[in-house]
Structures are given as C-alpha cells and as structure tokens.
Design a protein. Structure first.
Length: 358
C-alpha cells in the first residue's frame, strides 16, 4: 500500500500544448494510407482548428494505481496431444482421422510482484470513454509511476494540485468507478497472468498442442497505491469513438502512440475498392453494363462502410459502457469513493483559460 485511498495523489501536468497535440494527430494520420487528407490554411496542414466545436479536448484522466504480490503458485491442468492417422474407408480410400489425447499434469510457478508501473495494475477510474482505449494509450507511455515517485518531492517535477487546474483549460474526467470495482479488475487481470504463466510453464516441460482447465492456487495481496490524474488529449467527432493521445511525453521525436479506431477517407476507400473490382471484372465474362454495375455497387458499399462502421462501433461500445456503469453503481460507495468523486467532479467542466498577464 501507499497513499491514503481518500486522497488524490496529484495531477501530472500536460507536457505539450493543444496545438502540438493537433500536429501530432495529423502526423500520425499522414502515415496511414486511407486516412482523411488533413488540410487547413490557418494551421499549415493541420486538420484541427481550435473553435467552440473543436473535437480535440484537453483532459486529465483518473487512474487507480495498484501494486500486487502473488505468492508461490501450484496448479493442475490438462494438456492435449494431437494424433493423426490414416485408415481405409468403405471404398478402399485412405481417410485421415485426428483426435486429441488429454492428460493431466501438475506444476509450480514462482511468485512475482507487480508494481504500479505495470499496465495490469493501472485501472481507468471513469466511464467517459472506452476503458480499453484509455488504458492502452496511457500504458504505452509508461510514465504513470512518476507521480507516485515524486508526489512528495519538491521542484519542477512536483505534480500539480487540483486547485491549480482552475484557468488551465483542462477538463477533469471525474472518478466514478468504485475502489472495490477497480480492485476486482486488478485481481481478474492477475488471475489471467497467473493462468498464462502456468500454461507457459507446462508447455516448457511437456510437448503438447493444447492446454485447458488450468486450476491455480496462490495467495494474492493487492493494494491501492495512489489515485492520480494523468494528462491526455482526446479527439472525438460526434457519433464516433474517441482517440486518446497521452500527453506525458514532451519529446516530439519520440514514438507517438494513439489508441482508438481511426477514421477512414470515404473517397480513398471507395476509389481503391472500385479500382480493385474493375481489375477483377476483366477476369470474368460479363457485359459492359454488368461490369459497371458491379464496380459502382462495390464502391457504394465500401463508402457506406467507411462512413458508418465507426458509428456502429461507437453505439455498440456505448451500450457496453452503460452496463459497466450500472454494475459499478450497484456496488455501495465507500467514504473514500464519495470524497474522490466530489473532489474531481468540481473540475469536470472545461476550465476557462485565463488571459495572459502583462
């Protein structure tokens, strides 16, 4: 354990500006073949122009950081060996027959420790966006541990307080997830890690094609170490899934990792599909009108897919988010949950930028 659960350890500040975030999104999309063409005369090729309707948002994302220790693991599992033989059928032909021979095995795996630096122990503490997208974006940067190491230090790396967000232009995504729910998620992830470790151990000892029914016994001690707010930029157009860019890395030449489905260019997708189907149409005998209808139909279907597939995905994941939110609300909140929620909800609206001082 580390920080008191009712406290927000701190706020890691954004390491680059909104304009730089816009430029990084554009640079990432330039490397994609079917990305929409970025253009704006105001920002020299940037596709995002700051305005009241700007889909790019500067946010601080709530995270629970845990540490966990797994004791010595003893397990039992079944491993399968696939056998293949050829037997004659009623017509005198050889027929291949395949079956799996299942055997039981036991083993032991040494325990291990997971710090707050591991993605498995970092849990997104809200429901504003898809959890998998947010955690993938923030875990790739790998800087979440900084705030735990420096939140009691002094100097330029000292994390900001919640009060310092006033006038910063940052919208705080409030802590909505219960602490107990986050801890259960960590325990479930560790269970998957343990099962994977048992399977690797079994495959290293015996030759097998399949492993199933892994039953592991181990001791687990998981603790909440800190509750933090991590910097990010979220790009989300109306009715489409969000794309999340971590703002913990200031170096513009460092690899940029954006999590979330990217939009497609309708003209590029439909044009490429039409060209491919036009080339394929010459391989089959057909009249010219039939070929034109085939090409036009394929281009239309691909254009509709490029336009609406993200919206359908967003609708599907939106329902999943509602279910996760309802499951979270069914868990009675602790006093720490209430204090944490109230402390961050006060800053959940966009904080207006203060005018520069002379």
């Amino acid at each position: 354990g580390g920080a008191r659960t009712c406290d927000i350890a701190g706020v890691l500040p954004h390491q680059f500006s909104r304009a730089e975030a816009s430029r990084r999104f554009v640079e990432i999309d330039r490397d994609r073949w079917f990305a929409p063409t970025p253009y704006s005369a105001e920002q020299d090729g940037a596709s995002l122009v700051p305005s009241p309707d700007d889909p790019l948002e500067k946010v601080s994302l709530p995270f629970f950081l845990h540490d966990a220790e797994v004791g010595r693991v003893s397990y039992h599992a079944e491993y399968g060996i696939r056998h293949t033989v050829y037997v004659p059928d009623g017509n005198g032909r050889m027929r291949r027959s395949t079956w799996v021979e299942w055997r039981g095995a036991c083993g032991v795996v040494e325990g291990f420790y997971l710090s707050e630096e591991r993605p498995e122990t970092q849990v997104y503490g809200a429901f504003s966006w898809r959890q998998q997208t947010v955690e993938r974006a923030m875990a790739v940067a790998g800087h979440a541990h900084k705030i735990v190491r420096v939140h009691e230090s002094e100097g330029p790396s000292h994390p900001l307080s919640l009060a310092s967000l006033v006038g910063s232009g940052v919208r705080v995504d409030p802590f909505e997830k219960r602490e107990r729910v986050a801890l259960r998620e960590v325990q479930h992830r560790i269970e998957e890690l343990v099962c994977a470790a048992c399977e690797r151990d079994l495959r290293s000892r015996v030759f097998c094609d399949h492993v199933r029914n892994v039953q592991a016994r181990y001791s687990l001690s998981a603790h909440l170490r800190a509750c933090v707010l991590l910097p990010a930029y979220v790009l989300q157009y109306r009715g489409q899934p969000a794309r999340v860019l971590s703002a913990m890395e200031a170096d513009p030449h460092a690899p940029q990792h954006v999590a979330g489905p990217a939009p497609l260019s309708i003209p590029k997708v439909s044009g490429a599909t039409a060209a491919a189907f036009a080339a394929l149409s010459f391989l089959f005998p057909a009249s010219v009108p039939a070929r034109l209808l085939w090409v036009a139909g394929s281009a239309t279907v691909s254009a509709l897919w490029a336009k609406y597939h993200l919206s359908l995905s967003h609708l599907w994941h939106g329902r999943a988010l509602d279910e996760r939110r309802a499951h979270n609300e069914a868990v009675p909140p602790s006093m720490a949950d209430v204090l944490r929620r109230n402390a961050t909800a006060f800053f959940s609206g966009p904080q207006q930028q203060q005018p520069p001082r002379d």
